[in-house]
Design a protein around this ligand. Sequence first.
Ligand SMILES: [Fe+2]
Ligand SMILES: [Fe+2]
Length: 544
Amino acid sequence: MPSNNINMWWGSLLLLAAAVAVAAAEPPSTLAGPSRPVTVTPRENRGHAVDLPDTDPRVQRRATGWAPEQVAVALSAAPTSAWVSWITGEFQMGGTVKPLDPRTVGSVVRYGLAADSLVREATGDALVYSQLYPFEGLHNYTSGIIHHVRLQGLEPGTKYYYQCGDPAIPGAMSAVHAFRTMPAAGPRSYPGRIAVVGDLGLTYNTTSTVDHMTSNRPDLVVLVGDVSYANMYLTNGTGTDCYSCSFGKSTPIHETYQPRWDYWGRYMEPVTSSTPMMVVEGNHEIEEQIGNKTFAAYRSRFAFPSAESGSFSPFYYSFDAGGIHFIMLGAYADYGRSGEQYRWLEKDLAKVDRSVTPWLVAGWHAPWYTTYKAHYREVECMRVAMEELLYSHGLDIAFTGHVHAYERSNRVFNYTLDPCGAVYISVGDGGNREKMATTHADEPGHCPDPRPKPNAFIAGFCAFNFTSGPAAGRFCWDRQPDYSAYRESSFGHGILEVKNETHALWRWHRNQDLYGSAGDEIYIVREPERCLHKHNSTRPAHGP
Ligand SMILES: [Fe+2]
Ligand SMILES: [Fe+2]
């Protein structure tokens, strides 16, 4: 063979090899239909599930006087607006606490398009909250002054520099921070990367999750509940990996140690001051105190676009991020069909214009399609109430947490594989101090008792045996259910990259892997011609 021909032959072979390599590296796609269920056996190295102590410099108060700390940015419903939140002053912890007067320090944000040109100013509101346990030997807590300021009239997709605090008090303005607004709503306009995390807590595993997450440079962080795990502590600061095992019978009320919230806010500030973060409540945010008061820290510390999205509730709201309409739902608020949340959801869904925001993505805390033993079918009543409505509006993806492991579903509706059903992704593997979920409900001898456990926050009982399909007559399957595409008990986080109106790349990153490498990845592909017509023209015949 002449040398020219040999070179061409080798060249063709190399090109072919390169093409095969590229093809092999291409993530799978939901267009290929449901994939065979995969369980990845837990790896040995599960990290260091120990909380950061109060001596860790990352959780200690660095601010002095009335200087702001725990600075955080959240989105409003539209990309032309955003919230800036921070805390001034010191919390108090003790038998007697005297709440600070929130009028002591002003709530001002100065902002602009350059660090040396903060020419615009917005003012907002301040509040304090207390966590009170008037029982013998328990301590009370009252917060620093929490400020929330809404910026309006912003340009979408634009970097803004800002300082927050009170310009009238010397030393009471923050350093200059910067964040970028979401791109304008539109079918060809998407944020680069959206990080999705759940059940973070504040352990050394959390720090690994957050390090991996920041290495992916997200434009937005979505946190699907279970934040600080302050309720794993007594008011004297003693913590445990299992509250009910250690303290359950010995305390008059389920205590919390609220300074853990401040530790969390301080640790997260480098992320939250520069990347908008949206939070929805988990069960660890319930935090009951005297007078049946609940969720005080959650509703006080975070800003939510509740009024802007018409929900007027911190427990559920919606917002746009480019061509994605996000709906955050309350798994611990009334979700019944005659309740306010459901009526708001109907109205919000009816307003969505899929030619402007093609993607419909939801987030809430407790998963509907988990197959782990922990929390298996725990919020079945929420699924029964809401799944049909979301399906009929063409929900694309649902993110949840709560179960401390990772799991991704095939497209499913009412436990049935359905090419127009949503993909359910559970990322409760953020790294908190509670045990990781490792047992599956389909393992022999591990199907949990379906009878309801006393829980004032998960109403009703809906978790009946399956009536049809391979698991008919049983509460659990005898193998990994076909709706479960991939499950693994490792800590990590996920990144959603919406590419265009139809294609989004989802990548889940394990903490034990190198930065940037994906443990699970899939192209989630919308099929509007096939599905939206079906969704809009008929209500599903086989509703739950
Ligand atoms: Fe939870
Ligand atoms: Fe959790």
